[in-house]
Design a protein around this ligand. Structure first.
Ligand SMILES: Cc1cc2nc3c(=O)[nH]c(=O)nc-3n(C[C@H](O)[C@H](O)[C@H](O)COP(=O)(O)O)c2cc1C
Length: 437
């Protein structure tokens, strides 16, 4: 089988994805709060012909995070709209919650970005893990995992109906007759479901891509089922090549069972990268980052990403057993923590947390550009990936190294584009455009 073209997504994060990044870079610590920081990263990624840049969203910040990490969680659409103005080809993916938004309003914001960027928008569909979000939105309780995914299906259905509320050719612009758009080409959603009621059309015509590209990153069975039904781009956090290949095969089988073409479901595992001119240099950079990592941050972060409030726990005693003996309806990150606690019930939480991966569950690649290119090609050849979500351990430095030294190797091997061939994100990803007549 000939491997296809690779696709790359650059994960944007303040100073880099490693928790110690902000302590090793020389930049002004407040630089991450200004547009130039984001514009710089977007331009570097576009210079490297990457498919997309990606902004996460966290709509409730546990306070421990302010001690340990730069806090820059702006509204992704606001940042991406600004970046649309300083780039012309790269895709712009923003995260949006199906639990704490209204579908019509979210459809409008992402379609706005799609218009303003000339067809480069993508929506990372998340259900929001942290229960702290409920209190920020005036909700009494955070819906449980299964409930959030049930709502997510309906939410995505309504969003796409809103995106389809104007036919592609609705605008006629007939000055003579005084007809701007053909009212007969409007398709109001008139949706009345279990969770949402959405009646009317979006307040502007259909966007260049029809639908912004649908992205998903859930790893639990419910998360994979949602991805199989809707996602065109999937971010995963697999622990090994074998796990990644199994994940991708399972996702493709489920997509096919849902009547979709698996070729239109691209999987880009998350990979943190630290590069050096020699392997020893890269190892030294990674060692320095690890040396600065805080055990205090680690246990709190493991709880937070598992959807628990760290303020309610003592790190010097084991995780309370009633948590991990309960039902299995929990997120994939909680399941990892509970499995580790179940296997060593007497170990203090602090020590158990130390063994678990943090962040998005990504692996950390440390080595030379040649070694990284070899790794990427091996994963693609094994059917484990269609490309990667590249998380520079420090930014923009590791992204610059990736663009200047890894991309040319992949281009020489014929596995990565030498120019953008499409004008929309869908075209660059080889995805079809859903049409509406
Ligand atoms: C690369 C990557 C990026 C993610 N970005 C976000 C994000 O921005 N906001 C968020 O709430 N969750 C984010 N997640 C978490 C997932 O969307 C999902 O909520 C999580 O994996 C738990 O769902 P699950 O139990 O189905 O796995 C991300 C995960 C990965 C692997």
């Amino acid at each position: 089988m000939t491997a296809g073209q690779l696709h790359f997504n650059a994960f944007v994060w303040p100073n880099g994805y490693h928790e110690s990044a902000w302590r090793v870079v020389d930049d002004d610590v407040r630089g991450v709060l200004g547009l130039p920081y984001y514009a710089d990263i977007a331009r570097i990624a576009e210079r490297g012909l990457l498919d997309t840049i990606f902004l996460a969203d966290n709509i409730a910040i546990a306070e421990y995070r302010a001690t340990h990490l730069p806090q820059t969680q702006f509204d992704p659409i606001s940042v991406l709209s600004a970046l649309a103005a300083v780039t012309s080809h790269i895709g712009l993916i923003g995260t949006g919650s199906t639990t704490y938004n209204k579908p019509w309003e979210l459809a409008r914001r992402w379609a706005t970005l799609d218009h303003l960027s000339g067809g480069r928008a993508g929506w990372n569909i998340v259900t929001t893990i942290t229960p702290l979000a409920a209190a920020n939105f005036g909700e009494r309780a955070h819906p449980d995992h299964a409930d959030r995914y049930t709502r997510a299906h309906e939410f995505v259905d309504v969003v796409t109906k809103a995106w389809d509320s104007w036919a592609d050719d609705a605008v006629v612009g007939d000055r003579e007759r005084g007809v701007w758009a053909d009212r007969g080409k409007l398709h109001p959603p008139r949706f009345h479901g279990q969770f949402h009621d959405v009646e009317g059309i979006l307040p502007f015509p259909r966007s260049p891509q029809g639908w912004p590209v649908l992205v998903q990153a859930g790893q639990s069975p419910a998360g994979v089922a949602l991805a199989a039904r809707y996602a065109e781009l999937v971010f995963s956090g697999p622990p090994s090549l074998e796990a990644a290949a199994a994940f991708r095969a399972d996702l493709h089988a489920q997509a096919a069972a849902a009547g979709r073409d698996p070729a239109h479901v691209l999987v880009l595992p998350a990979l943190m990268v630290t590069l050096g001119g020699t392997e020893a240099e890269a190892q030294e950079k990674a060692r320095r980052l690890e040396e600065l990592a805080s055990p205090e941050f680690r246990w709190q972060n493991v709880l937070y990403t598992a959807g628990l409030d760290p303020d309610g726990f003592d790190p010097d005693v084991p995780l309370p057993a009633e948590l991990w003996t309960g039902d299995a309806n929990v997120s994939s990150r909680a399941e990892q923590l509970f499995a580790a606690s179940r296997a060593q019930p007497d170990k203090p939480l602090r020590e158990v947390a130390q063994q678990l991966k943090s962040g998005a569950g990504q692996s950390h690649f440390v080595g030379t550009p040649e070694q990284l290119a070899t790794h990427i090609l091996a994963w693609q050849d094994a059917g484990a990936a269609d490309g990667f979500t590249i998380m520079g351990s420090t930014l923009p430095y590791e992204l610059t190294a990736f663009v200047d030294h890894v991309v040319p190797i992949l281009q020489r091997k014929g596995r990565f584009r030498t120019e953008y061939t499409g004008s929309t994100l869908r075209e660059n990803l080889g995805l079809r455009r859903p049409g509406v007549g």
